[in-house]
Design a protein around this ligand. Sequence first.
Ligand code: SF4
Ligand code: SF4
Length: 101
Amino acid sequence: MPLVAYTRGGAEYVPEFLMAIDEEKCIGCGRCFKVCGRDVMTLHGLTEDGALVLPGTEEYEDVEDEIVKRVMGMVHPENCIGCGACARVCPSDCQSHAALD
Ligand code: SF4
Ligand code: SF4
């Protein structure tokens, strides 16, 4: 049985949680960040080696010269309520969502 949630009217639905963001497809537009009210994601730097690093950290300063682009990454995936708003605004179809058991 998948994890279910309820609308205000008491109707049951199956939330689809954000599971992954494809950094190859992401253009770092920030639209998903703007519509998410749960502090799930923030922009990261993507290094030429494919590592995601968080701005403002020592790690970021160490590899700043190797950053090739800014992409969205998850910081608090446990906060996601599976509303799907981020997927609806993404122009690059780079997010994966799934129901949970
Ligand atoms: S599904 Fe909703 S809560 Fe989860 S990351 Fe996307 S916008 Fe935020
Ligand atoms: S909306 Fe899509 S392309 Fe834009 S930052 Fe979010 S995941 Fe990346």
